[in-house]
Ligand binder design. Structure first.
Ligand SMILES: *Cc1c(COP(=O)(O)O)cnc(C)c1O
Length: 438
């Protein structure tokens, strides 16, 4: 393929650093998708970010739609967030004691979120989900978990599980190092399928502690669910006396300040957060009603702890970021911009006869190389990923950065102006022309 040969951008410093990184880290990375395995070329080593743009070590600049995989809803290096982090860090980074900023961030969140009464901060989305699962098991005295194919919940043992072969819904682990006995405690169902859910609950409901779902599944394409399906989860979890967990690590503070619970107005039992909640620092959280949270140690018997949990620097970042998000019209404006971009891309695809649609919600969008609405993981066509690979490469050449996999969604941040989006659109059109021609 000729176009791989005439790379115009010099990325030699990134390539060099990647070679060096391979000596230190498995695959040269500290999180697997960063390795660019499903697209071409070495990953970019990013030196700095400002607003919607990032700059690599070779001094190439890109309009960024990855935004650190979701946390940076305000874009890079937001001055208000940065200044408050600096002011806080000057007083020390962590004390392992309670601190006022933790209260302030919790107050800001809880006073504007009618779906949870109390919360606990942790340091990542994975930790939040892991803790929520333990809490659900501790509350119900039951063991099994229902999850949905195509939802990602971090690298929690019992959730790195896919549907087993045959008719059985018992899971099979997707990673080495997970005992089969753990995977067996997880049942895996297709998304958006109320009948499969009812069948599973009728058989196993007595032993189901929780149903966990990304209410806005955004880790394997953007598989927007029917609201009626999410409502069905609520009704069935009451009926079978299990807890409903919304994993809102992506959707929380993204599709609205109250996340997907607020967007769909559905009351889950436990909600997990991550990404945006930390304003770019490592923060996760889980929250629930007073009654459910009373099970957590030291009030109750479910143990959960963290050395750096709610450290002041992380709390300062989260607090200053979430303050900005809570301003009137913040989410409306962001969704309008995202809709504009998605509509323009779709209109161009229609005009050119390209098989591409752009599902979106709030400020999340996904390039779906299909003309069908897709709600389940098994409906994603693998061949679309070949188009994506070319598209990704061509966009990098033109100074637009998308997450390096066609299964990843894109994010529009508050720092993307209409001019930035118009610029990105021109490049998107040119890159699509090449993807669909090759
Ligand atoms: C990112 C993500 C996680 C994991 O969060 P980490 O901070 O990467 O551990 C869990 N659940 C969902 C829905 C996510 O998007």
């Amino acid at each position: 393929m000729a176009y791989f040969c005439d790379m115009s951008l010099d990325r030699s410093k990134s390539a060099e650093l990647f070679e060096e990184a391979k000596k230190y880290f498995p695959g040269g990375v500290n999180s697997p998708v960063r390795a660019f395995k499903s697209v071409s070329g070495p990953p970019l080593f990013i030196e700095k970010g400002n607003g919607c743009r990032i700059t690599d070590v070779d001094q190439n600049e890109y309009i960024d739609f990855c935004c650190s995989w979701g946390p940076l809803i305000l874009g890079h290096n937001n001055p208000v967030v940065r200044d408050f982090i600096c002011e806080t860090v000057a007083k020390g980074t962590s004390f392992g004691t309670p601190n006022k900023l933790g209260n302030q961030l919790a107050e800001l969140i809880l006073s504007k979120n009618k779906y949870i009464d109390k919360m606990r901060f942790v340091s990542s989305g994975t930790e939040a989900v892991m803790s929520a699962i333990r809490l659900a098991r501790g509350c119900t005295g039951k063991n099994k978990i229902i999850k949905f194919e195509g939802c990602y919940h971090g690298h929690v043992d019992s959730l790195l599980v896919k549907a087993g072969s045959g008719l059985a819904t018992f899971g099979e682990s997707t990673s080495a190092g997970i005992p089969a006995a753990f995977a067996k405690e997880t049942l895996v169902l297709p998304l958006n399928d109320p009948a499969a859910l009812e069948n599973c609950l009728a058989e196993h409901g007595h032993d189901i502690a929780a149903i966990i779902i990304e209410p806005v599944p955004a880790n394997n394409g953007l598989l927007l669910q029917d609201k009626s399906f999410l409502e069905c989860l609520r009704i069935k979890s009451y009926k079978y006396d299990c807890l409903l967990i919304f994993d809102e690590v992506i959707s929380g503070f993204r599709v609205g300040f109250e996340g997907a619970a607020g967007y769909y107005d559905i009351q889950p039992d436990i909600i997990t957060y991550g990404k945006i909640i930390g304003g770019g620092m490592p923060v996760g959280a889980y929250g629930a009603s007073h009654e459910i949270m009373a099970h957590i140690s030291p009030d109750g018997p479910v143990y959960q702890a963290g050395t750096l949990s709610a450290n002041p620097v992380a709390m300062a970042a989260g607090f200053s970021a979430l303050n900005i998000l809570s301003a009137p019209n913040f989410y409306e404006e962001l969704a309008d911009k995202t809709n504009w971009l998605a509509n323009e891309i779709e209109a161009y695809a229609i005009k050119k006869g390209y098989t591409l649609t752009v599902p979106r919600i709030g400020s999340i969008f996904w390039l779906n190389f299909s003309n069908d609405r897709i709600t389940r993981a098994d409906e994603i066509q693998a061949e679309g990923m070949e188009y994506f690979k070319t598209l990704h490469h061509e966009l990098l050449e033109r100074g637009v950065y998308l997450g390096p996999s066609g299964y990843e969604v894109g994010f529009v941040s508050a720092a993307h102006t209409m001019d930035d989006l118009k610029e990105a659109l021109i490049h998107m059109k040119a890159a699509l022309d090449i993807s669909f021609k090759s």
